[in-house]
Design a protein around this ligand. Sequence first.
Ligand SMILES: Nc1nc2c(c(=O)[nH]1)N[C@H]1C(S)=C(S)[C@@H](COP(=O)(O)O)O[C@H]1N2
Ligand SMILES: [Mo]
Length: 349
Amino acid sequence: MHGKRDVIVHGTDPYNAETERDALAAGPLTATSAFYVRNHGDVPEPADWRLRVDGQLERPLDLSLATLREALPEHTVTATLQCAGNRRAGLIAIRDIPGEAPWGPGATGTATWTGVRLADVLALARPLPGARHVGFEGADLSPEAKPPQPFGGSIPLEKATRPEVLLAWAMNGEPLEPVHGAPLRVVVPGYIGARSVKWLNRIELRSTPWKGYFQDVVYRLLPEDDTPAPGRGLPLGLVALNADILSATPTEVRGYAFAGGERFVTRVDVSVDGGTTWTQAELLDDLGPWAWRHWRLPLDLPPGEHELIVRAWDSSAATQPEDEAGLWNPKGYVNNARPRLTLDVPRPT
Ligand SMILES: Nc1nc2c(c(=O)[nH]1)N[C@H]1C(S)=C(S)[C@@H](COP(=O)(O)O)O[C@H]1N2
Ligand SMILES: [Mo]
């Protein structure tokens, strides 16, 4: 289904799947065939697709894809997408989170995205002075909201006019696949995946953030004892610094680290003795400011049990929280605890 390989399927109605560790480890760019999918409803198949731009602006637009592509210059950005629920399994291990997928480390991936700059579309539409946020609405209808509503969300106008924010029709140099938002999706580098709205058919210039279910009720960080309701908790936006281990053998450990927001990864430390001593890992390919860094450290571990811990650092000098215990929240978002792994090296026989 959906031509995916090397994924762990978390659901088929709607389809949700994460990339297997091996496929993430294969390289800094994630193959489209292995790229994670996060859906909140059925994949829509719009017969007559248009992009409408309305709200607080001087010039409402109603564009076909052909017009969009002809009118504006094409740009390509390499960016990591990361779901706010990435690594939720680590939070579920502390306390169950019913109804939410137990994502491992693969609800994230990095691709090249090609399309037009949202900034260029906004320049055509001419936002009015009262416009502060840019809302995005998809063509899918999600039954998670009662009554069902299209998936949507917004970002501040200030971010929307940055050159890295795209309306993309291609991923890794190929036409966008239906499951990833064809014919057109938003790509908001540095923000949680939920703001990169797929099957985009409406952009709304607004004075306030999006009031739809997927920004006003969920994708919000709630205190431990709270339950989702409109406006509760804090809306997630910028991705928090995170890292995970993708492979570990007695001779090498590898993984990814993603700083999120406008920060970048400055260092990754690895401990093989449960956190007593730390060694810096080598940061691999630099794919630019919007992409994660893969990292590796050669090891020479003797037989026995070894407790590996990893901690990434970013350009704001922040590092990852020690463990999941203090991070648990009712919807299971933002698990960015230091990854741990016990490696049992057998004695030679
Ligand atoms: N229209 C629409 N856009 C959407 C979603 C959705 O369900 N519907 N899911 C969002 C979430 S939560 C994430 S993490 C990313 C996932 O993008 P992908 O499926 O291409 O990996 O898409 C976002 N855009
Ligand atoms: Mo997500």
